[in-house]
Write a protein that binds this ligand. Structure first.
Ligand SMILES: N[C@@H](CCC(=O)N[C@@H](CS)C(=O)NCC(=O)O)C(=O)O
Length: 213
């Protein structure tokens, strides 16, 4: 049995959980695991991050690696196409979303609590988000899925990460940079109607509300 460890507000945890549900992989979840730099936690996750996946007594870290493992181990309901170039195009999209959008807005996300944002950070983020959005626009298909006619790992990533890009750019950069890609909003709505995506989203909302109590 495999076990996903993390918490249900984490976008990376939620991305993996969507894949597990979409692929109908039997699994357990420990949703009470928080990032930590304590020595005993670092044995499970050496970067101190969530999520990690427990598989046969081993821990697997890094959500992109976990997604690839799930594809290899559970090929029955694929989230990657068979054709090598098409597979690479999905990974390209995933990289634009995670490396060039999510990781770019993440340092600002930490300031949502009200901590002032240094000008330098804001200016750098503004430049970099614009590049990330431009790249996403160049490759996203919305036919109706982000990589084409089939649901892929890039949809799992887009669903959890793009709302953060909207939140952060609206709050700190004066406008939602994703409005430059008008298909994004209806696309995220369409994904949110799929049972697996809807369930993870509802659980995220519940966990967020509980954390505020
Ligand atoms: N590259 C990692 C990123 C995971 C990540 O950043 N997780 C956040 C929670 S959403 C975390 O653990 N943050 C705590 C930290 O960075 O110390 C992955 O894809 O798994």
């Amino acid at each position: 049995m495999i076990k996903l460890c993390g918490f249900r507000i984490s976008n990376y945890h939620n991305k993996v959980r969507i894949a597990l549900l979409e692929k109908d992989v039997p699994h357990e979840e420990n949703e009470n695991v928080k990032p930590s730099q304590e020595a005993d936690y670092l044995e499970k996750s050496p970067m101190g991050k969530v999520p990690y996946l427990e598989v046969d007594g081993e821990c697997l870290r890094e959500s992109a690696v976990i997604m690839e493992y799930l594809e290899d181990a559970y090929p029955a309901r694929p989230l990657l196409p068979r054709d090598p170039l098409a597979r690479a195009k999905v990974r390209e999209l995933n990289t634009f979303i995670e490396l060039h959008l999510e990781l770019v807005v993440r340092p600002l996300y930490r300031h949502l609590g009200g901590k002032p944002v240094p000008d330098e950070l804001r200016q750098r983020a503004e430049k970099d988000v614009a590049k990330g959005v431009r790249s996403l626009k160049a490759v996203a298909k919305f036919e109706p899925y982000i990589a084409g006619t089939e649901l892929t790992i890039a949809d799992c990533a887009a669903f959890v990460h793009l709302p953060l890009v909207t939140l952060v750019t609206k709050n700190f950069l004066g406008r939602d940079f994703l409005e430059d890609i008008p298909q994004v909003k209806p696309y995220l709505k369409m994904l949110g109607e799929r049972p697996a995506f809807a369930r993870v989203n509802e659980d995220r909302r519940a966990a967020t509300a509980a954390a505020k109590k």
